[in-house]
Design a protein around this ligand. Sequence first.
Ligand SMILES: CC(C)(COP(=O)(O)OP(=O)(O)OC[C@H]1O[C@@H](n2cnc3c(N)ncnc32)[C@H](O)[C@@H]1OP(=O)(O)O)[C@@H](O)C(=O)NCCC(=O)NCCS
Length: 123
Amino acid sequence: MIIGIGVDVVHVRRLERWLSVPGLPERFFHPDELESAKSRGHAAALSLAARFAAKEAFGKALGTGLRGIKLGDIQVLNNHNGRPGIVLYGSALERFRNVGGQSIHLSLTHERDNAIAMVVMEA
Ligand SMILES: CC(C)(COP(=O)(O)OP(=O)(O)OC[C@H]1O[C@@H](n2cnc3c(N)ncnc32)[C@H](O)[C@@H]1OP(=O)(O)O)[C@@H](O)C(=O)NCCC(=O)NCCS
């Protein structure tokens, strides 16, 4: 049963600003997300914009927003086909379980300067 949906859009400029502030990216992203973005060269900021949009879309699907959740506890991972998914830790996993969540589906897109994420949550 679907218990939540969320969608979000993030402009790449927001990420470019954050990436220029020492220590900020580490607050918002899981270390593996930062590592994987680095390997994307000039597309790194857009890739992180999509991942940040996924975190906000997750917050909307929860219905509570992200207050009290450590953003690094929400990790976006791609499988061998490139399909993105969300892996949760700590504060994010706890909130997800509290709303009865059992599985999450994620879709990402990016074009020029904007990235969009959509999350569907099931129980
Ligand atoms: C829920 C949340 C993700 C919304 O993000 P946002 O970027 O402010 O909002 P957007 O402009 O993308 O979307 C706004 C819409 O979200 C929806 N929304 C608001 N609260 C919501 C909630 N609790 N659950 C689901 N959807 C919600 C509303 O429909 C709203 O539009 P409306 O007021 O016209 O109805 C946000 O409240 C949140 O938790 N943000 C935390 C972000 C953060 O930690 N940032 C750190 C870096 S600054």
